[in-house]
Ligand binder design. Structure first.
Ligand SMILES: [Zn+2]
Length: 233
């Protein structure tokens, strides 16, 4: 059973790094109770904006400013080692009414971390985030969207909802533009989508957050044009 779960989790993770296999990932996520869309009854016209890899000294304040100007709410999947560098910035995210969640203490692929080391990483990360923000963490998204069997078990034991996404802007890439990020994120966007973006370039192409920040107003416009609104989860 353990081996079977591991194989499925690995397949789901691999699928998310290869968009062509996304059709395989959706049923796998459902079977593993990994959330990738919103509950329609909770927010019928809602879209969940999520930002991974922060906080970032420039990217996060820029994203917060745009969200505030639009009255939009989002969820920030924080990295513990980045929160340690700037706990005040993590606190600002929560103080602005956004949700904070765990992305790990270090940004490592779960398939390369032994279960015992992973438990230590998750516990350290959540302690750092909760101490800095005063918020209670209830969600977990692993680096690269790749779950291991151990990662799923550890997250559930701690009461965290494993969460991936249904759409992305592919904003971590070196060769992209704000217009392309926005188009990728909103083409076919519907209520209930969970959208993956990044407010930091700690683990992606240098300066990538600048393109995300430039794309964000276009994405929020498209959400509003469809009669939808951004929610925190
Ligand atoms: Zn990440």
């Amino acid at each position: 059973m353990r081996a079977a779960l591991g194989a499925t989790a690995v397949a789901a993770g691999a699928a998310w790094t290869a968009p062509a296999l996304a059709a395989v990932a959706a049923p796998a996520c459902e079977a593993l109770r990994i959330q990738r869309r919103l509950d329609a009854t909770a927010a019928p016209r809602g879209v969940a904006l999520t930002f991974d890899d922060g906080p970032h000294p420039q990217g996060t304040p820029a994203v917060l400013e745009i969200l505030a100007s639009r009255g939009a709410r989002a969820t920030f999947f924080l990295v513990g080692e980045q929160v340690e560098r700037d706990p005040g910035l993590a606190r600002e995210i929560a103080a602005a009414g956004h949700a904070v969640a765990l992305h790990g203490h270090r940004h490592r692929n779960l398939l390369r971390v032994a279960p015992r080391a992973l438990a230590g990483d998750l516990d350290r990360g959540v302690a750092v985030i909760e101490r800095a923000t005063g918020a209670h963490v209830t969600r977990y998204r692993p680096p690269y969207g790749v779950f291991s069997a151990a990662g799923l078990v550890l997250a559930r034991r701690r009461g965290w909802q494993p969460t991936l996404w249904s759409r992305w802007g592919r904003d971590w890439r070196r060769r992209t533009t704000p217009a392309r990020i926005a188009a990728t994120a909103v083409t076919g966007l519907v209520a209930g989508d969970v959208l993956l973006l990044h407010d930091a370039d700690h683990y992606s192409a240098p300066g990538s957050w600048r393109r995300t920040v430039a794309a964000l107003p276009m994405i929020l416009d498209a959400i509003a044009d469809r009669g939808l609104y951004a929610v925190a989860i």
